[in-house]
Design a protein around this ligand. Structure first.
Ligand code: TYD
Ligand code: MG
Length: 450
């Protein structure tokens, strides 16, 4: 027996109503509501009843046995490898290289484990053409080109792989629902069925999802709470660098990043990422900071250009740091260094446009601005670390030890940091010259005097 159900779903935020509105009552977007009819069959799923609760003390706490994705950088973002039975969502803009990285990874994993790659967007021949460019080996890798969810689930059950890939969630559909593939309800329904399948059969599942123009994972956010791990694949059209960034991870730390380069023969890991975001030139307006992304320290250049303005409101633009942070840093400089910046335009860009979220980059930004303004190069071979407080003091930075270690590894000679605990300073004697400062003025006197 089946009955028809009709609901109205906003394609932007996923909220449901029982009638049509021109404007979504939840997110206020116009014309985003679509009627979706699903036939609900009463014998949809048999309820399995073979599970029992077990005493907590009897659960062994041994490490989850992860397996490698074949890329060290990918493993790092996943928190140390792929967890059997976990569901990973890999998001990114079309054309960024999602299919490429998963196909490479599928090949590598298939050397030891059974892998099933489900392509809903491309034909088998198209996948084969890509595979030939990648110049790789595979052993137990099967490919299945299908868009129908039921057939996909049957095939996953039949093959019973260790690792399965769905490329992409927006291209598959559940035929019991009448909405088109890619709509919120389709994406949501397909993902939850796949997730149940993965958990029940202990299959690690990687789902690819496209990102909409405004940067949200399509099927807006509805997927993120369903899956264990959400990873974004980022990059721009100009450079060949690509970044994997974990946004949510039940099995590891978030904001971990992995860095790749897209080459003719596919994606290649970058083993020494600090080298691609720094230039090691000593020119005015450029400093180096060491930021923390996840558990990894990374050296990144900060460039500033400060010019007399021709506008009534000076221009301020940033690439890689937030504009509000820049406004705050400019205000701190005005007040505590005593330099009037309202007559100057100020442009900030990080090396390679790398997005820095670590507030300890403030000091580097401030010194770059003053260096450009005064046209004096900062002290040679120096890194700057420290968050600027509103009263001009330089505040403590997290993970300072790993940041100093990275500076030592890169052969940087001086590092300007907030006041240290004694013990930390002793550890680096003879390796790097550590200058401890307590406020912005001290930092300026130390690094910008000719
Ligand atoms: P693709 O993996 O198809 O992107 P997505 O699945 O995220 O939509 O990547 C497509 C781009 O990658 C395309 O512009 C060509 C480029 N590319 C290379 O530069 N080298 C390669 O070896 C491959 C396979 C693709
Ligand atoms: Mg693709």
């Amino acid at each position: 027996m089946s009955s028809k159900l009709s609901t109205f779903i906003c394609q932007n935020c996923g909220s449901e109503t029982s009638q049509y509105f021109g404007k979504c009552l939840n997110c206020n977007s116009w014309n985003s509501i679509v009627e979706e009819i699903k036939s609900k069959s009463s014998k949809h799923q048999e309820i399995k009843n073979n599970k029992k609760s077990i005493p907590f003390n009897e659960i062994s706490s041994k490490e989850i046995s992860r397996f490698t994705s074949g890329f060290r950088e990918f493993d790092r973002v996943l928190g140390g490898g792929i967890v059997p039975g976990s569901v990973v969502l890999l998001g990114g803009e079309p054309g960024i290289g999602k299919s490429t990285i998963v196909l490479q990874s599928a090949g590598k994993i298939s050397l030891n484990k059974k892998v099933l790659y489900i392509t809903a967007e491309e034909s088998l021949e198209q996948v084969k053409i890509r595979w030939e460019r990648l110049n790789q080996n595979s052993i137990d890798l099967k490919i299945f080109a299908e868009t129908n969810l039921s057939l996909i689930i049957n095939e996953i059950k039949r093959v019973n792989p260790c690792f399965a890939i769905i490329d992409s969630i927006q291209a598959i559909h559940n035929h019991e629902m009448q909405s088109s593939p890619g709509s919120v309800s389709q994406v949501r329904a397909c993902s939850s069925e796949l997730q149940t399948l993965a958990k029940d059969n202990n299959i690690a599942l990687l789902i690819i999802g496209h990102v909409t123009k405004d940067g949200a994972l399509a099927g807006p956010k509805t997927l993120e709470h369903l899956v264990d791990t959400v990873i974004n694949f980022e990059g721009d059209n100009i450079s060949s660098h690509r970044l994997l960034r974990s946004i949510k991870n039940r099995f590891g730390s978030t904001f971990e990043i992995g860095i790749f380069e897209m080459l003719e023969e596919g994606l290649q890991e970058i083993k020494n990422p600090s080298s691609i975001f720094t230039n090691k030139e000593n020119i005015s307006g450029v400093t180096t900071t060491i930021t923390n992304e996840g558990t990894r320290p990374l050296a990144v250049d900060i460039q500033a250009l400060v010019n007399k303005t021709f506008y009534s409101n000076p221009r301020r633009t940033t690439t890689g740091i937030s504009i509000n942070r820049l406004h705050q840093i400019l205000a701190v400089i005005e007040k505590h260094v005593g330099i009037k910046l309202s007559e100057f335009d100020c442009y900030i860009a990080t090396g390679g446009g790398f997005e820095i979220n670590d507030p300890s980059s403030d000091l580097g930004v401030a010194i770059s601005i003053l260096s450009s303004l005064k046209n004096i190069p900062p002290l040679a071979s120096t890194s700057f670390i420290g968050e600027l407080g509103l009263s001009g003091q330089v505040r403590k930075s997290n993970n300072l030890r790993t940041k100093i270690e990275e500076a030592v590894r890169l052969g940087i000679k001086n590092i300007v940091v907030p006041k240290l605990e004694e013990e930390l300073n002793n550890n680096f004697q003879n390796l790097i010259n550590i200058k401890e400062i307590s406020n912005i003025k001290e930092a300026v006197n130390y690094s910008l005097s000719k």
